[in-house]
Design a protein around this ligand. Structure first.
Ligand SMILES: C[S@@+](CC[C@H](N)C(=O)[O-])C[C@H]1O[C@@H](n2cnc3c(N)ncnc32)[C@H](O)[C@@H]1O
Length: 444
């Protein structure tokens, strides 16, 4: 099959004479596992019509303006990629031979830097780094032959990023329109152990359908990810607002006027953050300092309420709130299974007695710990937090009962005894086994 020069399609971004409106091109927008439906919904809300869920992302047909909208505003996307070419590829030479024929000078201007990444699965080529190197060689050789210039490689801030996806001996080369991975929003300058990726925090908030309509409380705010993602949602601040570059500015089809129009459209809709709408709690002074440093990169340092305290000692009450909780789990060796069970039990107790009429979203790394919360979750969203699979459990906490005056201590005692009979006895040996086994720490 002859290889069309795939890079020529870039010029189709001019208005298409045969259709009304601008030409649209195929894009792949990646997202973490299980967020595909939320991403589709988010893109539809951004006005993208032609969008279809696939594994680990969505395929969408986008005009150039829509690409800018998605890259700038999507809270859930990880990468916005434009597939340039797909071809069979059974060995490194085949990869090189295909890729060297393309006129890469249409994409890389003289003096621009390049980065190539690759992922391979179920293919004859098994080393992703080697595959990336082969593709890089092909691009560099093609450019040298046509222009005499040799692009430099920049692993941090390249002008052009290419992605090679190799599966079942089928290669897809794509061009990044986002600036690498989009969970890097530009506001996190300090982190704590096991911070949540920004797009995962946004996913939990979008899963909860919180829009800033009632107070949000993060009981374990760490470096402030939920607080800042929440502030961005409540104020309609686009996810890319604090990024210095979006990625598409250095591509040959970049339109400065179109980008200025998109940016203006979003930034004029930004609202102020009501003071006290968002509260962050953390026991650690280090976490508080990280949250403050990160909030100081945004306009919301004064509007967000911060409390350094053990959540269990908070007096409350916190009625009619949205509560998020990403507790520490098994990060330190001294966090035994028993210790964690107690921790989750006291979290359940806290929610039940101090947060009437609220909704809580608790990140729980295993089913055993979920049982400690006492009441059953209404929905769950399973996400991958680094190497750990975590369930985000949604709890609806009942309003205080008027006919039964608050005697939570007694009621809880009775429930505890009942539960101890039901669960703890038969689970003993399993418990002891788990206590001896530290958990894999989440990716940092
Ligand atoms: C997994 S981290 C939260 C990470 C956070 N979501 C982020 O993205 O940065 C758990 C946090 O819980 C805090 N923590 C531990 N025990 C606590 C307690 N009893 N009360 C409040 N915070 C606590 C830790 O200091 C740590 O910052």
């Amino acid at each position: 099959m002859p290889i069309a020069d795939p890079l020529s399609v870039l010029e189709d971004t001019q208005p298409d004479a045969e259709r009304k409106g601008p030409a649209r091109h195929a894009f792949f927008i990646s997202t973490p596992r299980n967020l595909e439906p939320l991403l589709e919904e988010e893109l539809r809300e951004l006005g993208i019509v032609d969008v279809k869920q696939v594994y680990l992302g969505v395929e969408a047909k986008l005009s150039r303006e829509e690409v800018y909208r998605v890259v700038y505003a999507s809270r859930l996307a990880s990468r916005v990629l434009r597939p340039l070419a797909t071809f069979p590829c059974r060995n490194p030479d085949e990869l090189y031979e295909h890729a060297v024929k393309f006129n890469w000078a249409r994409i890389l201007k003289e003096g621009q830097t390049l980065k190539v990444s690759a992922s391979v699965s179920d293919s004859a080529i098994t080393h992703s780094q080697y595959a990336a190197l082969k593709l890089k060689d092909a691009v560099v050789d093609s450019l040298r032959e046509r222009t005499g210039a040799r692009p430099s490689i920049d692993r941090e801030t390249p002008d052009v990023r290419l992605d090679l996806f190799l599966r079942h001996d089928q290669a897809t080369i794509s061009l990044y329109y986002s600036d690498g991975i989009m969970h890097r929003r530009g506001y996190r300058i300090q982190a704590v152990d096991a911070p949540l990726k920004e797009n995962l925090a946004a996913a939990v908030l979008l899963f909860s359908k919180w829009k800033g309509d009632r107070p949000l409380v993060d009981l374990f705010c760490g470096s402030g990810t939920f607080l800042i993602e929440g502030a961005m949602i409540a104020t309609h601040t686009p996810a890319g607002f604090f990024r210095e570059t979006q990625g598409f500015e250095t591509l040959p089809d970049f339109s400065e006027s179109l980008w200025a129009k998109v940016k203006h459209e979003f930034t004029k809709a930004i609202l102020p953050l009501p003071k006290g709408l968002i509260t962050g709690v953390d026991i650690s002074a280090r976490a508080m300092a990280a949250t403050r440093a990160n909030l100081a990169r945004t306009p919301w340092l004064d509007a967000v309420k911060l409390t350094q305290k053990d959540f269990a000692k908070l007096e409350g009450p916190y009625p009619d709130r949205t509560i998020v909780a990403n507790p520490p789990y098994g990060v330190r060796l001294e966090d035994t299974q028993e210790g964690l069970q107690e921790f989750y039990k006291s979290l359940g107790q806290f929610l039940k007695t101090k947060c009437p009429d609220s909704k809580a979203y608790v990140l729980i790394p295993d089913k055993e710990l979920e049982k400690e919360i006492w009441f059953k979750p209404e929905r769950r969203l399973v996400i991958d937090n680094g190497a750990l699979e975590v369930s985000v459990a949604e709890y609806s906490i009942l309003p205080p009962r008027e006919d039964a005056p608050a005697r939570p201590d007694k009621a809880d005692k009775a429930e505890k005894t009942e539960k101890a009979e039901k669960v703890e006895k038969p689970a003993k040996s399993e418990k002891a086994e788990k206590a001896a086994k530290p958990k894999t720490p989440p990716e940092k």
